[in-house]
Ligand binder design. Sequence first.
Ligand code: O2Y
Ligand code: MN
Length: 624
Amino acid sequence: MKLGSIPGGGAIWNTIKKEKDNMAVIPTNNKKLIAWVDEIVKLCRPKDVHWCDGSKKEYDDLCSQAVRNGNFVKLNEKKRPGCFLVCSHASDVARVEDRTYICSRKQEDAGPTNNWADPDEMKAKLRGYFKGSMEGRTLYVIPFSMGPLGSPVAKIGIEITDSVYVVVNMCIMTRVGQKVLDALGENGAFIPCLHSVGAPLKPGEKDVPWPCVPDPKNKYIVHFPDEGAIWSFGSGYGGNALLGKKCLALRIATSLAKKEGWMAEHMLILSLTSPEGKKYYICAAFPSACGKTNLAMMQPTLPGWTLKCLGDDIAWIRIGDDGRLYAVNPEYGFFGVVPGTSDESNPNAVKTIQSNTIFTNVALKPDGDVWWEDMGVPAPDKAIDWTGREWTPDCGRKAAHPNSRFTAPAGQCPVIDPDWENPKGVPISAFLFGGRRPSTIPLANEAFSWEHGVFMGSTGGSETTFANLSQAGVLRRDPFAMLPFCGYHMGDYLSHWISMASRTDRNKLPKIFFVNWFRKDTTGKWLWPGYGENSRVLKWICERVEGTGKAVKTAIGYLPEKDALDLKGLDVSRTDLDNLLSVDVEGWKRELADIEQFYSTFGDKLPDALKKELEGLKGRLEQN
Ligand code: O2Y
Ligand code: MN
């Protein structure tokens, strides 16, 4: 819904609040919202204002406009119906953790793992950046809901942005439009999310394909957890700009969840149904580059088992009336890494992104379709790479950026679970933690107790690969895969996890497991085939939930007995299985020292329960 041009390049917002010929009324009577939009219009001085109604027509019109302006490329309608390619500026290709701030009133509330600045000083500084930042552009107001509308767990956000790319991506990733304003009503509360690419246009100036602030020092992704607000400036990419995702559904949500007694987690949600028809819901947290989206929609190789997907990135978890934990995916789409997506790694993602998908930073083929590395189909003889240059297979450059993305509606996933929009959520049977660990960590390991499971989650992490950092083989601990996404002190976050056992009947809590698909032998060969074969480990986990799976009690947890995994039809040698399922005592002693060092980061905020778990593990290993 367009509200016409603001006279004088954005001078008086009040004038457009009045009903005029060919000018619509503001589609809400929420006073706080109207006042906030008013304030931002005065600050950013856009040329006009558009309230998003979330309709298909609006989406189509915005995409067509972006094609005409040279921001989007329409893909071949026969090969990828309803799909577009967008290529970003070379300086704007990923989340920027070093420019991400948690501006709590007290610095100690942000903790040692977040950047912090005083909220008033940060606001004053950012006001300077936002002043006039939307000149020559349209200001879009995006009303969105994280979580199914009307669900008691849903949170309403309003994103103001000057980026058409952000609007259409938000329309895929969240529930957008008039229905959200209707749910908000006159007095409802919302989380204000302010975003600008920071590239005002002078009168007559031609726009660039991807407006942003190229200098990384002038990008800011800022959270104000005490008031519940987000301000993002200078980047148009992914987690920096689609503010419902990492900023609201994780950083702001973690701080709300702590106050309100629930959990906002960086977790996929899947369901697994046994051949007998028993259904289990599992939530899993892995650091990036561990195949989370692949696991979320995996095709089990085990006959008779069915896996369905409820979400691939974020889970909001609450205690239900029956005392069990229930998970809801607050998102509405997938924003997945493209390179490596193939029929082998993720056949269901390949089908999901066949239509109505926005591709960012992949290569364009002469036939109007897209291509990326490890797509499982031969490289084209020539293409236009993500930087807009001519590309050939022997040119020495990658055609797609390693962090290139697809944005696709979750409802298009062929294995979407029928309950993925259930407003109550689904009852969780098991939590899985994992990481990319070539040595020491076994294929699967069940915690002795809730506290031991929290210990496992808190010590999770991955060894870096050349793909994600220039230095390979360095272990980065990332508790619960939440280090970049927790909106408060990580030590308090660990205490919050521990506290869940006293908020409900601990026997009703999910069992906790640590898995590691990435174990290698001394020659560097993978010991486990991964992908659909991971269903064999998930089957054992379901059996443990039932109390039937066979396990041996060890110093580090319950490991599957050697014949406990269903390995029918799989060629894994006895030696490899021994390596995958035994305790490497010396490796674990080194692990202990590293965990102790890592835990010192949290100082006196480290919960006693975790100190006790560390001591317990030490004692058990000494007995070996
Ligand atoms: O680089 C970005 O902006 C995307 S980051 C992202 C996107 C989808 C799911 N998870 C992540 C992540 O960094 O965990
Ligand atoms: Mn993620």
